[in-house]
Design a protein around this ligand. Structure first.
Ligand code: NAD
Length: 504
């Protein structure tokens, strides 16, 4: 059940960019499912805003299409949708147009009068980042977000294109709003298994004593996608894997694995501990980049039985593009807990499999008491936190295989969400929207966190920007990325792990 805070305060969602992909694919299903599960406030309104001319009914129809196609619960229930749709209206205008902000103010006033209560107003900027400054400024100019307790501004990544632009954006936002009003979404943090990393680490006493350099040999974090750039070639050309994935999702996962134990579950305490990790991470000198970082770009290849084009042939992509569609980095966290433990991180498009996994590789036993013929299949203990394709946590252990001989082999102790819980888990956006209503910023990025992540990556981005890759394209679509990424980890005596998951 939603908290009293959510239910009792009348709430208005104003969604800028409401006819776009994010609103249609993610926000509409999330809001509808919250309504169906009785997690929405008793009184709420959703106003969609975009340039296209549309009636309220046409906009409701578009949202319904989004729900029917993308909701985790399948098609909308007719009666419930009809009830939900009564709360949705649409307003066509350009984000630059002052009149629309005046009409938002009128709407809010009428809504508050009707419900005899101050409304919580959530401004969701589901628009391209170039519009963030103008919308933020117009909201402030029109006194639409003056009360930090009741008004919230939500923005989606990318938070800047580099350190400078991230700082500029933060300065602008912090002059217009309080940090407690700003919700920077990295939707990865709303995923159930990602939230579970903290529960797993800090609610189980057996883990903390071994969660350090004395027992952990190395950590691998992989987020790989089979998808190419689809119809977002234009956007991706200006981003690349480092900006699009590593700067946010993968570094956030790394922070959750590496952070110190917070003293409580307050948003700022948790965010402080994450920023500590980013500050402790070893900064690259320009000469280090070639040693610790690999970039890749996919050539045409064969994926799931189909021929797929190379990146340079994708729509909106420069035929000589220098944009990386794959990046792998060997990071170090220079503190007492992690000194000397490499964190290998990789992410790429058009890869062999869709996976998001964190692998904690424990050190070998100090002395093996078994004869060599018994340990043919020996594997050091490994903890696998899987976000995709399955949501699970596996602890890989050595056991004796049943039989007359003493032979060791590896088995999994498995916690699998599907097998353990009957109810489907909420989508990341349902969790995040609920937290925004509740005013809980734990799962959102703070301004200094964003800047610390950019600061870490700037030497790499600068080095790549200054030197065009001569080897692009350097991996086949459908492969596991460039050979150099294998070499990056192989030179330390390890290899990237991939798992045959049960549901494959
Ligand atoms: P989109 O291009 O599909 O939609 C943009 C929306 O902005 C459209 O509704 C368009 O009509 C509106 N718009 C454009 N110019 C306008 C103007 N001058 N005045 C008023 N409205 C205008 O973009 P999207 O994919 O929905 O992404 C929105 C934001 O979310 C971006 O910052 C993107 O980086 C981020 N994001 C999107 C996804 C996703 O899954 N689509 C995931 C993560 C982050």
């Amino acid at each position: 059940m939603a908290s009293k805070i959510v239910h009792e305060q009348p709430t208005i969602f104003i969604i800028f960019g409401a006819t776009g992909d994010l609103a249609w694919r993610k926000l509409a299903p999330a809001l509808y499912n919250l309504f169906v599960d009785k997690f929405m406030p008793h009184n709420f309104a959703i106003i969609g805003n975009a340039r296209a001319k549309m009636t309220d009914e046409e906009f409701q129809g578009k949202m319904l299409e989004g729900v029917n196609q993308f909701s985790r619960n399948g098609k909308a229930d007719k009666t419930l949708w009809k009830e939900f749709a009564q709360h949705i209206s649409y307003q066509s205008s350009d984000v630059q147009d002052n009149a629309s902000y005046k009409s938002f103010a009128d709407f809010i006033e009428a809504f508050e009068t009707k419900h005899k209560s101050k409304a919580r107003v959530i401004y969701y900027l589901a628009v391209a980042p170039r519009f963030f400054p103008i919308i933020a400024s117009k909201l402030a100019e029109n006194n639409l977000a003056t009360d930090p307790k009741t008004s919230r501004v939500v923005i989606e990544k990318p938070f800047g294109h580099d350190l400078e632009s991230a700082k500029d954006l933060n300065v602008l936002l912090s002059t217009l709003f309080q940090e407690e009003q700003i919700y920077r979404i990295d939707h990865y943090l709303g995923k159930e298994p990602v939230q579970n990393i903290m529960a797993f680490r800090f609610a189980n006493s057996i883990l903390e004593p071994i969660w350090n350099r004395n027992y952990i040999e190395h950590v691998q974090i992989s987020v790989t996608e089979q998808l190419g750039v689809e119809n977002r070639g234009g956007y991706y050309e200006g981003a690349g894997a480092m900006r699009d994935m590593i700067q946010n999702h993968l570094l956030q996962l790394l922070c959750l694995v590496a952070m110190e134990t917070p003293i409580n579950f307050e948003a700022d305490e948790i965010r402080n501990r994450k920023v500590d990790v980013l500050h402790a991470m070893r900064k690259f000198e320009p000469d280090d980049v070639q040693k610790y970082v690999v970039r890749g770009q996919y050539a045409k290849g064969w994926l799931e039985g189909e021929d797929v084009e190379g990146y340079r042939k994708e729509k909106g992509v420069d035929p000589q593009s220098n944009t990386e569609t794959f990046a792998a980095v060997k990071f170090f966290v220079d503190n007492w807990r992690w000194q000397g433990v490499p964190f290998y991180v990789r992410s790429g498009k058009r890869m062999h499999q869709n996976t998001s996994t964190i692998i904690i590789q424990f050190k070998d036993v100090p002395h093996c008491v078994f004869p060599t013929q018994v340990t043919d299949n020996w594997q050091q203990n490994r903890l696998v936190i899987s976000i995709q394709p399955e949501m699970s946590i596996r602890l890989q252990l050595q056991v004796k295989r049943p039989g007359l001989d003493m032979v060791l082999n590896t088995v999994d102790m498995l916690f699998n969400y599907k097998g353990t819980y009957k109810h489907g888990e909420p989508e990341a956006y349902e969790t995040l929207l609920t937290d925004i209503m509740e005013g809980d910023q734990t799962l959102f990025m703070r301004g200094d966190q964003v800047e610390a992540a950019w600061e870490l990556l700037m030497p790499i981005l600068n080095a790549w920007g200054n030197r065009k890759s001569l080897s692009f394209p350097n991996y086949q679509a459908g492969s596991w990325g460039p050979e150099l990424a294998e070499a990056l980890i192989a030179q330390d005596g390890f290899h990237w792990f991939t798992l045959p998951f049960d549901n494959e």
